[in-house]
Ligand binder design. Structure first.
Ligand SMILES: C[S@@+](CC[C@H](N)C(=O)[O-])C[C@H]1O[C@@H](n2cnc3c(N)ncnc32)[C@H](O)[C@@H]1O
Length: 354
């Protein structure tokens, strides 16, 4: 299989693609899904079929989260991962125009869209304060807001990020190998692959995603780089992973390549966004920003994240800083998992400040 080299051509500013057919396949062409307010019936049909419309995110464990947070009008809280704003909207309904909700996200592309959507629903800065920032800086919110009555974090990536090929989160679509939650800051995955050593890369795949073929895949990536070829796109990386696993028996290969791609893309995403480090910082700062009796709910989608949350909650419980924590993670209902496959790996944990 040939790996194409060369830097990505500079992208010209393009108008949104006008699609004239009836069954658009590409993300940008799905004009109805990008305008749910105009095509509500079509979007509803897509959701009922178990899919997530393009440019949208379906919030997970909404009832379980709201049941636990017990939000009442007049409270001050934080949604640490605004995303599409689905959880934020439900929280705002509970606040019933009284109190204050801070909502933050690192994503510089999606945040303005979500802000506009929520503003159009009548939620202005009197009740909703949206800021583009990392939740590792949660102490900055508390400086402005005072102690918080509740905090929600719905970790990982949104469907808008995964589905948009220009963000490079999915090996299923060709796009630049970026993988940054905030594409205006830090190093893209493509840039990371230009300098990382083979040993470190194998470590990234093993530690962040338990990749059983970490060594072979890291070796293949570095050998392509050593030929002077820049690994700039999602498709290039997918082909390198496939080449690295040619030694597997034919009957298992396609399935194994798909799983390895999923794991390697996830591992690189965790790495370029320092996801474990910022989660650790957030968890450490949480007790100081919560009011006595303040409630925190964290939804995670990765065993490494869930382990960090569990460990932190247990430690603060044993130190008497939290008064109670969820004894076991709460899982989405069977109905939710069958209507939204992205809910399947979700685990919800909660804690209450003493
Ligand atoms: C699963 S989505 C949240 C979806 C949202 N709860 C909703 O209902 O639409 C996760 C979001 O968290 C954001 N995110 C991930 N890590 C973050 C961090 N360290 N600080 C702030 N936002 C972060 C991502 O950019 C993404 O928009």
């Amino acid at each position: 299989m040939e790996i194409k080299g060369g830097a990505m051509e500079e992208q010209e500013h393009k108008r949104r693609v006008r699609y004239s057919g009836t069954h658009p396949k590409e993300f940008q062409e799905k004009y109805k899904e990008h305008s749910p307010e105009k095509y509500a019936d079509d979007v509803e049909k897509i959701i009922k079929s178990g899919k997530t419309p393009a440019g949208m995110h379906r919030s997970i464990c909404v009832n379980e989260i709201l049941d636990f947070l017990q939000i009442v009008p007049g409270q001050t809280g934080l949604d640490a991962t605004l995303g599409y704003g689905g959880h934020t909207l439900e929280i705002l309904k509970r606040l019933d125009s009284r109190g204050k909700l801070y909502a933050i996200d690192v994503d510089s592309l999606e945040l303005p869209r979500t802000r506009e959507r929520l503003e159009n629903l009548g939620y202005g800065s009197d009740i909703l304060k949206i800021k583009q920032m990392n939740f590792s800086e949660i102490d900055r919110i508390a400086l402005e807001a005072g102690s918080l009555d509740f905090v929600l974090a719905d970790l990982g990536v949104s469907s808008m990020q995964i589905d948009n090929p220009e963000r490079g989160f999915s090996f299923k679509k060709d796009g630049p190998l970026d993988l940054r939650l905030n594409p205006l800051k830090g190093e893209s995955a493509a840039d990371r692959l230009k300098t990382v050593s083979q040993e470190e890369l194998a470590g990234v795949f093993t530690e962040n995603a338990d990749e059983p073929h970490a060594f072979e895949i890291a070796r293949a990536i570095i050998s392509v780089r050593d030929k002077g070829i820049e690994i700039a796109t999602t498709t290039q990386l997918k082909h390198i992973v496939a080449n690295a696993l040619m030694f597997l028996p034919m009957k298992d290969r396609d399935d194994e390549v798909k799983k390895a791609c999923q794991r390697c893309f996830q591992a690189l995403r965790i790495d370029v966004n320092s996801e474990f480090e910022v989660l650790h910082e957030f968890l450490e700062k949480l007790p100081d920003v919560l009011a006595p009796g303040g409630r925190i709910a964290i939804l995670s989608f990765h065993s490494g994240e869930d382990r960090l949350v569990k460990k932190s909650f247990k430690r603060f419980l044993s130190e008497g800083i939290y008064r109670e924590i969820s004894p076991e993670p709460i899982r989405p209902t069977h109905e939710e998992c069958s209507s939204n496959s992205r809910a399947r790996s979700a685990k919800l944990r909660w804690a209450i400040k003493a």
